[in-house]
Write a protein that binds this ligand. Structure first.
Ligand code: HEM
Length: 449
């Protein structure tokens, strides 16, 4: 996005932390502006508004920092996130009941299936299940065409010639979202979409450009959650002992909860699963998903140096980062660092993030060496929703379904990195069969938040 600029690559965990502490000048903001211009094709006025006060001296009052402030506020744990999770559960169960009616089974390419499942579920949460434009398969296809040619669009040179499918796709995507606002459909959207809309209109951004910005919202919502859910399902369903452990753990705490006085007072039925309780009382779920993200993370934490900046490594070495250079802090080397993660840093260990009393090893797992959601000012504001969503999908899928590889044996696919994504994608899709579990087939499951 910034041709010709010099680039620093930072892989030492302590230097990464030092750069995060200088987030004002080691900044993510120029990338936000560049992608608004190149990928989202926002108009000149909106790009100017986003470019204001890159150093954020004025606080969260200009368009970019104020938008981030409301994203953080409305995506953190609390009422708004709870509301999103309720929609998420309703929408995902609705999808599964439609596509896997009782007793039915499907044979599908797993990645494409997850893309459709998570694609509809996550965007229903954001835009409301009634008028969500991404429910239309053609709009969703257009979105993924844009993502496929993300790098070419980023060059911003005759996009209709070098990335014609993506360029046509984004025009149709923008039209669908413009229609969404024109018909007042936002009334059913999640609070964070309402708040973003409010900030944008306050600063004078047109509905046309707000629709362009939604391409960025859908990118944030989907491009990492889709491969992450794929890896979670892959790791759990390809390993019978892990699958057994996960199922047993979920069932134990879910059914235990049903015996509690609050559950009895509410008259919950024997197949009502309170996901919040499962997450709280069965910490392996969270640990497993964090580990999936640690092992398959491909985050770059790309930054632009706005002013000459000095950073110091833990051994006292001082580095001068020159103004107008680029800097990247790839998560791969940090996540493979043996000092931080122990000798088994390269092994997938679902219990790694449990307290050391529940793990065989005493290795530390320091927060500053965990980069799956980036860090500093650009730390992913959607991380709470993403974690909750992934854990919920894991609970629902393991309780209700079996996923088997069509050829009988699961094999770890080769991976590839994609420019828009912070999670690796499988280089090839796997053909799987999804069937309702015998004991789950005729039960009326209810998943509540
Ligand atoms: C597994 C799922 C997800 C992963 C792995 C992930 C990861 C990341 C990473 C690595 C960054 C860049 C941080 C940096 O540069 O240091 C980021 C930024 C961001 N993420 Fe996520 N993310 C996920 C899901 C979500 C969701 C569901 C949302 C929205 C609801 C979201 C919204 C954002 C936004 C708005 C930013 C830009 C922050 C800024 O401009 O400062 N993400 N995410």
């Amino acid at each position: 996005m910034f041709p010709g600029a010099k680039m620093y690559i930072v892989t030492s965990p302590s230097l990464v932390t030092a750069c995060d502490r200088r987030a004002k000048t080691v900044s993510f903001a120029p990338y936000v502006v560049a992608s608004a211009k190149r990928i989202l094709a926002a108009g000149e006025k909106s790009v100017c508004l986003l470019s204001e006060d890159l150093l954020e001296d004025k606080g969260p009052v200009t368009l970019r920092p104020e938008t981030m402030k409301v994203m953080q506020q409305f995506l953190r744990p609390g009422e708004s996130l709870d509301h999103m999770m309720k929609t998420m559960l309703k929408s995902s169960v609705g999808f599964l009941d439609t596509h896997l009616a009782r007793g039915a089974e499907v044979t599908v390419p797993l990645f494409s299936w997850v893309r459709r499942f998570v694609g509809i579920t996550s965007t229903n949460v954001a835009y409301g299940s009634e008028q969500n434009p991404m429910k239309d398969p053609s709009v969703s296809d257009d979105f993924w065409k844009v993502d496929k040619e993300f790098a070419f669009l980023g060059l911003n040179i005759v996009p209709d010639i070098i990335a014609p499918a993506a360029n046509r796709g984004r025009k149709r995507f923008f039209a669908a979202f413009k229609e969404y606002y024109a018909t007042g459909s936002i009334k059913n959207a999640a609070p964070f979409i309402h708040e973003r809309y409010g900030v944008n209109t306050k600063h004078g951004v047109s509905d046309e450009d707000i629709a362009h910005f939604d391409l960025g919202v859908c990118t944030a919502l989907l491009v990492n959650t889709v491969p992450a859910v794929w890896w979670v399902l892959y790791h759990v369903f390809s390993d019978p002992s892990l699958l057994h452990k996960v199922r047993r753990g979920i069932e134990d705490v879910a059914f235990d909860h049903l015996k509690s006085p609050t559950a009895q007072e509410r008259g919950l039925s024997t197949t009502t699963i309170s996901i919040q309780h499962v997450i709280k009382d069965f910490p392996l779920l969270e640990s497993l998903i964090k580990e999936v993200l640690r092992v398959h993370s491909n985050s770059m934490s790309a930054r632009y140096i706005l002013q000459d900046t000095i950073v110091t490594d833990e051994d006292g070495t001082v580095y001068l980062l020159k103004k107008d250079s680029l800097l990247a802090m790839p998560s791969g080397p940090v996540h493979a660092n043996r000092v931080a993660w122990g000798q088994d840093a390269e092994t997938f260990d679902p219990s790694r993030f449990l307290g050391s009393s529940q793990r065989n090893s005493t290795n530390r797992s320091p927060a500053s060496s965990y980069r799956a959601f980036g860090g500093g000012n650009a730390l992913c504001p959607g991380r709470h929703f993403a974690m909750n969503e992934m854990m919920s999908i894991l609970v629902i899928m393991t309780l209700r379904y079996n996923i088997t590889h069509l050829r009988g044996k699961w094999r770890m696919p080769k991976t590839r990195n994609h420019v828009s994504m912070s999670v690796q994608t499988p280089a090839e899709d796997l053909q799987v069969r999804i069937t309702a579990r015998d004991r789950a087939k005729f039960l009326a499951w209810e998943f509540i938040w």
